[in-house]
Design a protein around this ligand. Sequence first.
Ligand code: IPD
Ligand code: CA
Ligand code: CA
Ligand code: CA
Length: 270
Amino acid sequence: RPMPLPSANLNIMIRAARAAARSLVRDFNEVEQLQVSVKGPGDFVSRADQAAEKIIVTELQRARPDYGFLLEEGGTIEGASRHNRFIVDPLDGTSNFLHGHPHWAISIGLEQHGEVTAGLVYDPIKDEMFTAEKGKGTYLNERRLRVSRRKEMNEAMVACGLPVLNWKAREKGFSQQMEKVADEVAGLRRNGAAALDLAWIAAGRFEAFWEYGLKPWDLAGGLILVREAGGRVGRLEGDDEMWEPGTIVAGNPDIYDKMRHLLEPVTPGL
Ligand code: IPD
Ligand code: CA
Ligand code: CA
Ligand code: CA
């Protein structure tokens, strides 16, 4: 099926992501020279993240001066229009990036009246632009995507994240989650970029994904990719508050249901 014309908003988001990608690719090629600071345990930020975020905000603000922002590095910018905001992770997979591991992406979601209506995840290394708009399906570059049709856990490839930002959380439930899943599935992966994990579910490369402690900017771009490709995304502690702390689960409908039955929520440490 040919790709429907992107809306003006999605076009603006795509342009901003491509501009930021050029800056990120330049920095990635000289990654040993980057200045890095530590935000918390296992959480780093570099000049590359900040430069990319600035490019994205500048581009989006020029086109939509009244929209607000939720930015991983820059925090919140209130817009004149209360009901429209961009949720931006300028570089998802910073640890990979800083180690020269070529698996990282830009993630941008547009939230309107509390609902994500457009999203993208862009992997510049593979030149894979994943986009979705509400009701219009998910695309990888020009190609329509569907989640995989594998129905059995013993044929499922499942991705996860490690809750290193809250090590205690790991002691109180994450390793049990891991063990249960590992016992049942065909493969378990920790690729290190949550936005791409979601995009890869949309593309049928993973049957499911779960992670404790994700933030709105890790999710906003990818969540709509999964849903518009026929998959599901939920939060073990309650699906109505996707941005609140908790365990996010995503997958094709069959494996998603099985994962939700299998996984107990993590109890946050302290
Ligand atoms: C991180 C990545 C990682 C996930 C972490 C995120 P960042 O985002 O998505 O895969 O496990 O929870 O914080 O910091 O590289 O943008
Ligand atoms: Ca980060
Ligand atoms: Ca992230
Ligand atoms: Ca980031």
